[in-house]
Design a protein around this ligand. Structure first.
Ligand code: RTP
Ligand code: MG
Length: 146
């Protein structure tokens, strides 16, 4: 069967429900590929509460977490494993700041984000924030890769 070629650093990317609904999947993957990163795995699914609780373990007790669950279960997401040199930092840089209203122009969130005024920040994408987070998150979304 086909094998992922990639060696080296990997990151988990989620294209969140607002981005999928707004037909931004191609544009977001285009930016990731244009930067030179390699797509290693790709899946479309609507996350369940257990998957989100594992993924957002550091946030489950925060006041905004119920809004995150409503947001993230509102429709399908695209989950991807992306590889490349210093890809964790690189994808964070491509995404921009958490809140699209302050994310810099030129970033995914800065260029494409909208302020919906909802209970969770709807910011189009997720990218793991460290190599350790990436390994943990890839095991959640792509158990077959680990
Ligand atoms: P992500 O984990 O999704 O890549 O985003 P991030 O690191 O930039 O932000 P983080 O602090 O990890 O927050 C995770 C996600 O929770 C939602 N959020 N809402 N105050 C709020 O309403 C609030 N704060 C965070 C966002 O969807 C954020 O991406
Ligand atoms: Mg985060």
């Amino acid at each position: 069967r086909p094998q992922a070629r990639s060696t080296g650093e990997r990151v988990l990317v989620l294209i969140k429900p607002d981005a999928v609904q707004r037909r931004l999947t191609g544009e977001i993957l285009r930016r990731i590929e244009a930067k030179g990163y390699e797509l290693v795995a790709l899946r479309v699914l609507t996350p369940d509460a257990a998957t989100l609780a594992a993924h957002y373990a550091e946030h489950v007790t925060k006041p905004f977490y119920p809004g995150v669950v409503d947001y993230m279960t509102s429709g399908p997401v695209v989950a991807a494993v992306v590889a490349g040199q210093r890809v964790v930092e690189g994808v964070r840089s491509l995404m921009g700041a958490t809140d699209p209203t302050t994310a810099a122009p030129g970033t995914i969130r800065g260029d494409l984000g909208r302020d919906w005024g909802t209970s969770a920040i709807q910011n189009l994408v997720h990218g793991s924030d460290s190599a350790e987070s990436a390994a943990r998150e890839i095991a959640i979304w792509f158990p077959e890769l680990t």
